[in-house]
Structures are given as structure tokens and as C-alpha cells.
Design a protein around this ligand. Structure first.
Ligand code: IPE
Ligand code: IPE
Ligand code: MG
Length: 253
């Protein structure tokens, strides 16, 4: 079962700081990293994959169990076709190259987002990665690919509407908890910490439902330069925060 808002609130009102189990990252700044070096944008994306590898390892080292990364948004289709194709190729190359190691290390891989819109070869590889790591539970790596928060919520609402129309669910059974079960992140705790690199201060349609109470850390580093030290900086900022979830903390009154 997921540690959702209810259990976080229980921790807070009992005076315990909720732990940090889930970090989500908007991996931004690949293009600017490349441009600053006179390189094509695709070179920035390639270096971004290396940063992802470093970050998965760093997260494991730092005791984080869930890492969710934003890799391609439903809005990124607006980019030139060559760049979109380069991003698909990189996802394929990442899965092809890293799957056996991830599998061996106990990593469960999940890809969230709209599967339908993906080219058949990418979709097949993504299915394979999920299938072959389905029994793992040491570390949970979730890649948001062809993902948009509003699309995910609309698709979940459609699932709920169908369940009600077919009599599998009653309208009064639609609650935050049951609705969450229709999202791609079903079974995962909400992110405790959301990091965005590259100095932009926006969510760009990432995990809109799930980040309702996440702590947000914006960093100037461009994604290809991200490393364990950057992640440690973000965790330090997180620990300085006081998570209240709307409650009044003991001692504050
Ligand atoms: C993030 O880097 C990767 C994706 C969005 C796919 P960008 O490609 O957005 O890099 P900038 O923001 O243009 O520097
Ligand atoms: C968000 O970055 C999407 C990913 C990191 C995959 P973008 O670069 O696409 O976001 P905007 O356009 O700056 O909001
Ligand atoms: Mg960007």
C-alpha cells in the first residue's frame, strides 16, 4: 500500500518528520548545456542520459527508494521531429544497455505516460523492461515518457467513468484513494521532494496530482552536470523544510 497523504499527516501531527522515500526530478537544461558548448541539442540529451545513470546510483547510495524522472512530455512533440526521434532513440538505447544491470540490482522499472502514442518498437521495449523487472523491489525507477499530468488525470477520469458505467464501481466510491488507483503511479507513494534543474520555476505538467504536498527545490545546474553532490544539496534543502500538510505542528500553539 502506498504511504499517501493520510500517513504523512499522521506522522506530522504526531511530531515525526516524514521520511524521504520518493524523489521526482524534472531533468531540464540539456539543450542549453549543448548550446553553451557549440554542440547540437542531441549531444546535450546524450550527456543527460549519463547524468540519469549517475543519479540512479546516487539515489540508491543515499537511501532513496523511489526515483521518478521526467524524460519526455506530451508537449515535447512540439519540438522538431529530428529531436523527438533522438529522444526516442536514447530511451531505447538506455533500456537496451542498462536493463540487465538494473534487473540484477533489484530495480523495478516503470514507464508512466501515454503508451498509445509511442512508436511500436519503443512501446515493446518499455513493456519488456516493466515485465522483466516486475518482481524487483529494492529500488523503484519510474520514467515519465510521453507523460503529461493533465493527460494522466483525464485518462484516469475516463477509467473511473467506464468503471461506473459498467457497474464495477459506484459514483460514491470515487475518493482520493480510489481515484489514485487509476493513475499511472498506482501503488507508489507521492513524491516527498520534487527537483527541477536549469533554473526554471515551473512544473511543466509533471505529476500534478501527486505533487500536491511535495517540497519543491529548484536548482540552477543544467541536467547534464547533475551528480550525487547536487542530489545531496537538494536533500539538505529538503531536510531544512517543515512539512505541515495543513496541520498545526505540536509546539506551535
Ligand atoms: C530537458 O532538456 C530534456 C527534455 C525536455 C526532453 P531540454 O531539451 O528542455 O533543454 P533546454 O531546456 O532547452 O535547455
Ligand atoms: C519539461 O521540460 C519536460 C522534461 C524535462 C521532459 P521542458 O523543457 O519541456 O519544459 P518547458 O517547455 O521549459 O516548460
Ligand atoms: Mg527545457
Amino acid at each position: 500500500m502506498s504511504a499517501g497523504p493520510a500517513s504523512d499527516v499522521t506522522n506530522v501531527v504526531s511530531g515525526q518528520q516524514p521520511g524521504l522515500s520518493h524523489v521526482a526530478i524534472i531533468m531540464d537544461g540539456n539543450g542549453r548545456w549543448a548550446k553553451a558548448r557549440g554542440l547540437p541539442r542531441a549531444a546535450g540529451h546524450e550527456r543527460g542520459v549519463e547524468a540519469l545513470r549517475r543519479t540512479v546510483e546516487a539515489a540508491g547510495n543515499l537511501g532513496i527508494r523511489y526515483l521518478t524522472v521526467f524524460s519526455f512530455s506530451t508537449e515535447n512533440w512540439r519540438r522538431p521531429a529530428a529531436e523527438v526521434n533522438a529522444l526516442f532513440s536514447l530511451l531505447k538505447a538506455y533500456v537496451q544497455r542498462d536493463l540487465s544491470r538494473l534487473k540484477r540490482e533489484g530495480v523495478r522499472v516503470r514507464i508512466i505516460g501515454l503508451r498509445d502514442g509511442l512508436p511500436a518498437d519503443v512501446a515493446a521495449l518499455v513493456d519488456k523492461a516493466e515485465r522483466e523487472t516486475a518482481a524487483n523491489d529494492t529500488f523503484f525507477l519510474t520514467i515519465a515518457f510521453n507523460y503529461g499530468g493533465r493527460e494522466e488525470i483525464a485518462r484516469a477520469a475516463r477509467g473511473v467513468a467506464e468503471a461506473v458505467a459498467e457497474g464495477r464501481m459506484k459514483a460514491e466510491e470515487v475518493t482520493e484513494a480510489t481515484f489514485s488507483g487509476f493513475l499511472d503511479t498506482d501503488g507508489m507513494p507521492d513524491p516527498d521532494l520534487l527537483i527541477r534543474t536549469s533554473g526554471e520555476y515551473r512544473l511543466s505538467n509533471f505529476l500534478l496530482w501527486q505533487c500536491a504536498y511535495s517540497e519543491l527545490v529548484f536548482m540552477d545546474v543544467l541536467w547534464p552536470d547533475f551528480d550525487q553532490a547536487c542530489l545531496e544539496d537538494a536533500l539538505t534543502k529538503y531536510r531544512e523544510r517543515e512539512r505541515r500538510f495543513g496541520a498545526v505542528l505540536p509546539g506551535a500553539v
